[in-house]
Design a protein around this ligand. Structure first.
Ligand code: NAD
Length: 282
């Protein structure tokens, strides 16, 4: 029995609420890092074409001997491949790199409203094909703002199962999150630890002392209690283990509220603004 609760997506698929993120893990180190996470008990891995380490993720699953069906694997379409034919080829390459005949979740990585004539709708319809042919159990988006989600709602029939957005105590991304709650879209929080920046905050360290947990555990537990899906990244075995141990303690409502109060609004964002982000790389 896994310790990790699942969240039911709007298409009936269950996703483990805690996973392991592999952004910036060197392709040569990915297999080992993912194996460590799987041995600890993680059963959800978040990768992307952009990270260049999908192959290492697939190898790790095979080398541990865990059933493919017991690991939830997410990947994402890279920014250079939004045109439908390019997206189809890129998706084939993802499956080949992973060595799998399906992914559990496939996302449009960025909306790129200033590229491709702003046409992420055609890209979304292409992801619908992958879901219809069974090669993606679920499909979703990432870094979509409210107007982007509204446009998909008006012009297409399939609601994304998730939107993976930057979200941590310094950046609550409140309007996007409220839209998700209203429309049955699950919230995936990237940079859940604000890449470590929030861990020295006096509010975080005070709560950590009071519950006898580490600052990282307190911030990740805050996400869990807010129903966010998270996949913190680390290559340090002790931290990978620490980030897994979130389900044997609870934060009080007062502590959750104190962490919510750290929100700095737009100035708390550490990544690019999706309305302007337009970087295309291999
Ligand atoms: P994160 O908030 O998970 O921070 C990772 C960093 O925090 C690590 O490099 C390490 O320095 C530190 N850290 C991790 N565990 C710690 C611990 N227990 N104690 C102290 N420090 C610790 O940020 P992230 O890696 O950017 O985000 C997590 C995942 O989200 C990524 O790996 C990736 O899968 C995903 N992501 C998606 C997007 C997107 O555009 N969709 C963008 C960035 C990240």
């Amino acid at each position: 029995m896994s310790l990790i609760p699942t969240i039911g997506l709007n298409d009936g698929v269950d996703i483990p609420q805690l996973g392991f993120g592999v952004y910036k893990i060197d392709p040569g180190r990915t297999t080992d890092a993912v194996k460590i996470s799987l041995e600890i008990g993680y059963r959800h891995i978040d990768t992307a074409q952009l990270y260049k380490n999908e192959q290492g993720v697939g190898e790790a699953v095979r080398e541990t001997g865990i059933d493919r069906a017991d690991v939830f694997i997410t990947s994402k379409l890279n920014n250079g491949y939004h045109r439908p034919d390019d997206a189809r080829r890129a998706f084939d390459n993802t499956l080949a790199a992973l060595g799998c005949d399906y992914v559990d979740l496939f996302l449009i990585h960025w909306p790129l409203p200033t590229l491709y004539g702003g046409d992420f709708v055609a890209t979304w319809r292409t992801l619908e094909e992958f879901k219809n042919d069974g090669r993606a159990r679920s499909i979703g988006v990432s870094n979509f703002q409210v107007p982007h989600l509204e446009r998909l709602a008006h012009e297409t029939d399939v609601t994304p199962s998730v939107n993976q957005v930057e979200l941590h105590p310094y950046f609550a991304n409140a309007a996007v999150r409220a839209y998700h709650d209203e429309h049955g879209i699950a919230t995936e929080a990237w940079a859940p630890l604000a890449r470590g920046r929030v861990l020295d905050d006096p509010v975080v360290t005070r709560i950590a002392e009071s519950v006898h947990r580490t600052p990282a555990q307190v911030v990740l537990r805050w996400h869990v209690q807010r129903n966010n899906i998270i996949f913190p990244k680390s290559v340090t075995p002790q931290r990978i283990d620490e980030n897994y141990r979130l389900f044997d303690f609870t934060l009080s409502d007062t502590d959750v509220d104190a962490l919510c109060a750290l929100d700095k609004g737009e100035t708390g964002r550490i990544g690019p603004n999706p309305d302007r982000f337009d970087l295309v790389s291999d």
